[in-house]
Design a protein around this ligand. Sequence first.
Ligand code: NAG
Ligand code: NAG
Ligand code: NAG
Length: 244
Amino acid sequence: MMKILFVVLLIKSILSAEVNDRIIGGTLAADRQFPYQVSIRNQSLGHVCGGAIIKSYWVITAARCVFRASPSSTYIVVGTISLLPSGTTFPVSKFVIHPQYDDGTLKNNIALIQTSDRMLGAPKTALVPLNIDVTLPGEMGVLSGWGKLTTSAPSFPTSLYYANVSVISLSQCRAALPQYTIDDNSLCTYTSGYGSCDGDNGNPFVRNNMLTGIMSWGIPCAVGKPDVLVNVTSYACWIITNAN
Ligand SMILES: *[C@@H]1O[C@H](CO)[C@@H](O)[C@H](O)[C@H]1NC(C)=O
Ligand SMILES: *[C@@H]1O[C@H](CO)[C@@H](O)[C@H](O)[C@H]1NC(C)=O
Ligand SMILES: *[C@@H]1O[C@H](CO)[C@@H](O)[C@H](O)[C@H]1NC(C)=O
């Protein structure tokens, strides 16, 4: 009896691993396809989170990515789709973390990072404008990042991946994640088989070539639950005032 149960469990875990292996990764990005994408690095230049260039000196990301870090031990790598030594590395001069960021509930999970020099002077870079239009459920956008390709992956992929995902309504999102608080400044995406994983925090969600969301949290990794993002449009005033 025990043996049969064990075999069943084993088959089940192999099946689910296969499903995950195939789907989380999305598609390999082409060189210059996401010129606004940055990799936020720690003091040993290890990848920590994603982010996006919104102005020549400013990166936007999730607050949780920088909350415990210090500007002097953080670096921004731009102009590359690889995590191997490449692109251009910028030191950081300051963080602006949303003053109402809550590290427990991840409410207002948004932060700005100022670099010490102009990022747009580096090759293969471009900014992404903020979306100030209304985004409706059902609209598609693209999420890019170096997050893990499978739940069990020991490390981040060296190449940038992306997935086209769909915006869902906040009520659908709350119904899918009933045990969590999803506030009105959130934006949820869900497309069966796609989703974020470890290392995807802070990544940009771009719709119609405009920055619409910032990856905040999810149940890793593409296990059939929506991803919860920060709705960039809701924070447009705060972003414009502070990225200055
Ligand atoms: C930097 O990040 C990498 C993961 O990319 C991690 O393995 C390493 O321990 C981190 N180093 C420091 C000093 O935090
Ligand atoms: C993602 O969407 C874009 C724009 O609609 C489309 O051109 C592209 O082929 C899609 N890519 C994938 C991998 O689905
Ligand atoms: C994002 O916020 C804007 C401004 O508050 C709002 O108009 C839009 O509907 C929100 N998007 C979603 C998908 O909830």
